[in-house]
Design a protein around this ligand. Structure first.
Ligand SMILES: O=C(O)CCC(=O)C(=O)O
Length: 289
């Protein structure tokens, strides 16, 4: 009897031990938490690397690409600019070294820019385009190959559908009036079919003016956060201020393969400074070079 009451006391002592109770409670909470995590009812917080949201129109996601090429690129992310036309900015698409490389390559060969004659398909001087330019052959060196591969990864359009890069230079007063990149003649669509999209890479900042403007975009451009920094020309539509290394992608054709007139765009006159950029036009089929 004395033995059994000692045993009962011992059991009682173990049952009410505060350490045991804390342990059991912790175990129960852990099991409950693991069950909730397993069923996706709760999530563990994960540190985000996305930069802060600043633009009312933008939706951003960080792109984790190394992209080969030359030099170090700052943090990259894409920004949705507009759905009519479909236009996106890829921030820090090129490194500073790549921008300088393209400018140095093009500089000795720059010639007054021309436009395509819609009757003959030949290039001709024009007052609508007053800068200078030159073509850098597709795949001409390792750096250009890496940039062209990056463009193909960004746009999902194969490298072989692209024309050679065109380097462009605008001095103060120079501009490119609003135009379409798609063609309305048969001559220019023989090779590669219609132009489907354009990537415009800014190789320099511009002190004032020089924006790329979309005058027919279906966007209330005066609500853009950068509206007050735009020139008079830039205020005439949805505008992108040139920033060294950024790339602007816009589509000349809609997903149903019809031409998109809202892709009308131009280069506003440079007011102060110099503008260097490089354009990649892409076609719906392979473009033979
Ligand atoms: O320079 C710009 O901002 C526009 C250039 C352009 O329209 C083009 O290359 O097709």
């Amino acid at each position: 009897m004395a033995r059994s009451s000692r045993y009962a006391r011992a059991i009682q002592g173990r049952r009410y031990s505060p350490y045991m109770m804390v342990l059991v409670a912790m175990l129960a909470v852990s099991v409950a938490l693991l069950t909730l995590l397993a069923f996706g009812v709760v999530y563990l917080p994960v540190a985000s690397r996305a930069p802060p949201r600043t633009s009312v129109l933008s939706d951003r996601s960080v792109l984790e690409t190394s992209g080969g090429g030359m030099g170090e690129r700052w943090e990259q992310w894409t920004e949705v600019l507009s759905w009519e036309p479909r236009a996106f900015i890829y921030h820090n698409f090129l490194s500073k070294e790549e921008c300088e490389f393209l400018i140095e390559l093009a500089k000795p060969h720059m010639q007054k820019s021309t436009v395509v004659d819609i009757v003959t398909g030949r290039r001709k001087d024009s007052r609508v385009r007053t800068g200078s330019g030159m073509f850098l052959g597709r795949g001409r060196d390792k750096i250009i190959q890496a940039i062209e591969k990056r463009i193909a990864d960004f746009t999902f359009i194969p490298v072989e559908h692209g024309e050679g890069l065109q380097a462009l230079h605008y001095e103060a007063g120079q501009k490119y009036d609003p135009h379409y990149d798609y063609f309305l003649d048969e001559f220019n669509t023989k090779n590669g079919g219609q132009r489907i999209a354009t990537v415009l890479m800014y190789l320099s900042d511009v002190e004032e003016g020089g924006e790329t403007v979309f005058p027919s975009a279906k966007v209330n451009s005066s609500s853009l956060p950068w509206y007050n920094e735009l020139s008079e020309c830039g205020k005439k539509g949805l505008s992108v201020k040139p920033k060294m290394g950024d790339a602007l992608l816009f589509w000349s054709m809609r997903p149903d393969a019809t031409l998109d007139p809202s892709s009308l765009h131009g280069g506003c006159p440079v007011i102060k400074g110099n503008k260097w950029s490089s354009t990649k036009w892409m076609h719906i089929n392979e473009y033979k070079v």
